[in-house]
Design a protein around this ligand. Structure first.
Ligand SMILES: Cc1cc2nc3c(=O)[nH]c(=O)nc-3n(C[C@H](O)[C@H](O)[C@H](O)COP(=O)(O)OP(=O)(O)OC[C@H]3O[C@@H](n4cnc5c(N)ncnc54)[C@H](O)[C@@H]3O)c2cc1C
Length: 587
């Protein structure tokens, strides 16, 4: 903390800082929490699908009569030879500043001119001009014309903490028996399983809803089998069968989400929605002592201490911060004997590389009873081209580029997909039958398929599935095919956001507990897509019910860690029969 303060003091501290996430009225702007580590904030996004969103408004006190220079931390998310798509204006006490914001590339402080303010309360209004994903992270009223302001994400975070006073608040460590980070299906299942065994559990989820890719923010069907864990997983899954398995209507989406939220609310788990895990503090002996989490709106910091932790963030964040061994990218086909000769390097390469399966945005449109306008989107056509059309998305609109990290460059990946989707919809609208169509939903959360995989005592691979290997420490089972994607640009497609998949049929397969705890962080388990596997090994068990089974296994394992004062590895070695029995295995 002292360090952070020291960093913050290098920058101007004489003005008034307004953090976008803490605006008292967010209007139609949505809170984007996906890129906190990469750009230094949870920012407001004008995701109006081409129609400007309602104003975001907040107030602040000027301690005295003063002239302020205004700086807005924002970016032109799509610079090029066109008007910036994400433009917006800022007004103080109803009077608009002369500058149009969102027009300079890269996250930075855009100058907004100056205002003379009397002492007392003032109203700041942020007015979206386009509905096309303008964004801002903070507004700073500086008493001087050239303040030194932070730009590096970690500096921005430290500086915001300093100006808001958060770095002067003593944070007590709160004690739990288990802390689970990430509230997708895997994380929810882990928390419920541990709760059912009487543990005091905290579940940290950075979104306002549970379910991750299954939630109504992204809306994907939960595939796979429930194995022995139906009792827990049936409270979390999506059901909108049978007519359109990939296409629920809005009511079905709402009902499924309500069911999941009710399941979580009825548990004894301490539910920390709208909280993002942002770091860990270590104890001796390669153990995590506590996880630091922040409220995504207020920034308020909490520290959650526990003897054991489960990383269900998908990106393996807890493991990464703790120094856990992890992998990113594809193994050479020889490392685990994973080649599929007919499919060649698109399945598994000769030499390791940084390719992973990509991210996707989900989109739906509806037919209106009258023609509806849709703006020109030259900035989108530069990605989508003018031929490809879409009125609803499917999994193939996927973007991955081995030059871009699904974690560090995730904002660029999401933005590329926004351009692809808006551009294809514009193309579709040129057809007479689509003139009355409008986009009804387009996720601003980009669903990820693959990023970091934390390494356990066992690395799950293709052969475990194709040979249906059984393990004495089996804790989950699945029969879904191995489904590994590649980008069609590799076979000459002009579109870089279009994928295809190889589906390899396999017999029923089994997942050992040794894949669900870190091999070098003593008190860390993981469940979901960041479990210990190879790139091809992820291809089967990455669907959400399998991830949920992993969650259940780790939640019960946490209960045994407490009962036997054991580490996860010791549970696997000395108490595996008891763990399997809790899950429901009777043989
Ligand atoms: C386009 C697409 C289509 C797919 N189709 C299917 C399908 O049809 N059926 C299927 O079952 N699977 C499908 N999958 C795969 C599946 O969605 C993922 O593999 C699965 O969601 C992984 O589950 P998880 O719980 O590990 O992660 P997630 O579902 O990603 O959940 C992780 C949660 O943790 C939160 N989080 C992340 N970091 C933090 C942090 N630091 N602090 C707090 N919270 C955090 C995230 O916001 C998220 O809500 C698809 C994936 C994609 C992208």
């Amino acid at each position: 903390m002292e360090n952070r303060r020291h960093v913050a003091e290098r920058f101007d501290g004489s003005g008034v800082l307004l953090e976008a996430c803490a605006f008292s009225e967010k209007g139609g702007w949505v809170l984007d929490t996906q890129h906190y580590q990469q750009m230094g904030g949870n920012y407001l996004l004008a995701h109006g699908l081409g129609t400007p969103v309602a104003d975001a408004v907040t107030t602040f006190e000027s301690p005295k009569s003063q002239s302020y220079f205004v700086f807005v931390r924002t970016r032109d998310w799509c610079p090029g030879n066109w008007e910036a798509p994400g433009r917006f204006r800022v007004a103080v006490d109803g009077k608009e500043l002369a500058v149009t914001f969102g027009t300079e590339p890269g996250w930075g402080w855009q100058r907004g001119g100056h205002v003379a303010l009397a002492a007392g309360r003032h109203v700041v209004t942020v007015r979206d001009l386009t509905g096309f994903d303008g964004r801002f992270d903070a507004i700073y009223f500086a008493p001087c014309a050239n303040p030194v302001l932070p730009t590096a994400p970690a500096d921005v975070i430290a500086w915001k903490d300093h100006l808001s006073g958060r770095d002067r608040i003593a944070v007590e460590e709160e004690s739990f028996d288990l802390v689970v980070a990430g509230g997708g299906v895997a994380g929810c299942a882990a928390a419920l399983a541990a709760d059912s065994r009487g543990l005091k559990v905290a579940l940290v989820q950075d979104r306002p809803v549970f379910g991750g890719n299954a939630s109504n923010e992204f809306l994907i069907q939960t595939l796979g089998v429930m194995g022995k864990s139906a009792k827990i997983l049936s409270g979390l899954n999506n059901v909108w069968l049978p007519k359109t398995p990939h296409d629920p209507n809005e009511r079905e989406a709402r009902d499924n989400q309500a069911h999941r939220e009710a399941t979580m609310a009825a548990s004894g788990v301490t539910l920390l929605k709208n909280h993002r895990a942002t770091g860990v503090m270590m104890a001796t002996g390669n153990r995590i002592r506590c996880v630091e989490v922040r409220h995504t709106h207020s920034g308020a910091i909490r520290r959650l201490k526990a003897p054991v932790f489960i990383d269900c963030t998908g990106d393996g964040w807890l493991g990464y911060w703790a120094g856990a061994d992890y992998r990113y990218g594809r193994e050479a086909c020889t490392e685990f004997d994973e080649s599929w000769p007919e499919k060649g390097a698109r399945w598994s390469p000769d030499v390791p590389d940084q390719k992973v399966m990509g991210a996707t945005l989900t989109m739906r449109s509806i037919e209106c009873d009258h023609e509806v306008p849709f703006p020109e989107v030259p900035w989108a056509l530069a990605v989508s081209g003018t031929e490809m059309t879409v009125t609803r998305s499917n999994w193939q609109y996927e973007y991955s580029d081995h030059q871009l990290s699904q974690i560090d460059d995730h904002e660029a990946i999401r933005d590329h997909l926004l351009r692809a989707m808006y551009g294809m919809f514009y193309n579709a609208r040129r057809l007479p039958q689509n003139r009355r169509r409008k986009i009804s939903r387009l996720s601003f959360i980009a669903g990820k398929r693959e990023s970091r995989r934390l390494m356990g005592d066992y690395i799950y691979t293709m052969k475990d599935m194709t040979e249906s290997r059984r393990f004495p420490d089996t804790v989950a089972e699945e029969m879904r095919c191995i489904d590994v994607h590649y980008q069609q640009k590799e076979i000459g497609s002009p579109y870089d956001f279009y994928s295809d998949a190889f589906f390899r049929k396999v017999p029923k397969y089994y997942i050992p507990f040794r894949c669900l705890y870190s091999r070098n962080i003593e008190n860390l388990m993981m469940a979901g897509r960041c479990f210990s596997c190879s790139h091809v090994g992820l291809g089967g068990p990455r669907v959400m019910l399998t991830c949920g089974q992993m969650g259940v296994a780790t939640g019960y394992a946490a209960a045994l860690c407490r009962k036997h004062a054991a580490t996860p590895r010791q549970v696997g070695q000395a108490h595996i029969a008891e763990l399997r029995h809790l899950i429901g295995y009777r043989e």
